[in-house]
Design a protein around this ligand. Structure first.
Ligand code: NAD
Length: 290
């Protein structure tokens, strides 16, 4: 396929590289000065989009996505497909998809899980909001960039799945970290705590796969001084998106709201900025109840 790829940052660059390595013709654009092996760079976003079968965007937020979409969608050939892989608010995803469909294009919102490691290895999970036709067009590309693509329903539903998943992740990471800090204060060995919880009803991805305690469980950012991994700032972004969506949908999400407040404090007032989101454990360890 002839593919345009806009937003070649930590995630977009390796995703575009994998598409090029699989034999697709990839034309890229980024506002930063980026050059990538196997990817032809365009001078503007519109140029990267013109005449392509598929245009993929991987951008920081919904405002930037809306701005870029206004430039690229009119430049695209009728019947081509726009796939947005950024994590953005549900409203922006739906507005951009509506604009694409109004221009005679196919549209998919396809945020990812799996982080930069998954992007490099081509093992991302895609959560996709799209028509059947858009999903069918995009699926072969998801198969190159990832290991799984779930069609979640119509436009916006990919973003809905993403923020619900990450709301669970934020809440379970906090619960896991506060439980470790409590266990420490009760004199319970961390390895024993892991051995019990990881095979009991308190188990979760946060405990079993991404254990926040250094030296315990599989290798995780805790074993690397809490360098991200998945930065606390990005978790805060996703928790804010989930609260925005919850307000819009009048959904009661008290645990998600508490997680948002805690990560906001951690990132904006404490030492969480630039650290992995599992660095909540040393935060709790250093605190007392009051
Ligand atoms: P990043 O900041 O590394 O990359 C974003 C890129 O977009 C940058 O290179 C930037 O120069 C470019 N950009 C900004 N404005 C632009 C514009 N107007 N036109 C063209 N390019 C522009 O961010 P990232 O880590 O690659 O994340 C991208 C998206 O993926 C975000 O929405 C993020 O929430 C999501 N995400 C990130 C991760 C992760 O672990 N990093 C995991 C899952 C999802």
């Amino acid at each position: 396929m002839n593919i345009g790829f806009i937003g070649l940052g930590n995630m977009g660059a390796p995703m575009a590289r994998n598409l090029a390595a699989a034999g697709h013709a990839v034309t890229g654009f980024d506002t930063a000065n980026v050059s990538l092996d196997g990817v032809t760079m365009a001078a503007t976003a519109a140029e990267a989009a013109t005449g392509r079968d598929v245009v993929i965007t991987m951008l920081p937020n919904g405002d930037i996505l809306r701005r870029v979409a206004a430039q690229i969608l009119p430049a695209m050939t009728k019947g081509a497909c726009h796939i947005d892989c950024s994590t953005v608010d549900v409203d922006s995803a739906r507005a951009v998809a509506d604009l694409a469909v109004a221009q005679g294009l196919l549209a998919a919102d396809a945020p990812v899980s799996g982080g930069t490691g998954g992007a490099e290895a081509g093992t991302l999970t895609f959560m996709v909001g799209a028509s059947d036709a858009a999903f069918a067009t995009a699926k072969p590309l998801f198969d190159i960039m990832g290991q799984k693509a779930v069609h979640c329903g119509a436009s916006g539903n990919g973003q809905a799945a993403k923020i619900c998943n990450n709301m669970i992740l934020g809440v379970t990471m906090i619960a896991t970290c506060e439980a470790f800090a409590l266990a420490d204060k009760l004199g319970l060995d961390r390895q024993a705590m892991f051995d019990v919880v990881s095979t009991s009803s308190g188990s979760s991805w946060s405990m079993n796969t991404y254990c926040p305690a250094p030296g315990i469980g599989p290798k995780s950012p805790a074993d690397n001084g809490y360098a991200p991994g998945f930065a606390a700032d990005l978790m805060l972004k996703d928790l804010r998106l989930s609260q925005l969506a919850a307000k819009g949908a009048d959904a009661d999400t008290p645990m998600g709201a508490a997680a948002e407040q805690l990560y906001a404090r951690f990132v904006e007032e404490e030492d969480g900025k630039g650290r992995d989101f599992s660095a909540m454990l040393p935060r709790f360890s250093a605190r007392s109840r009051s």
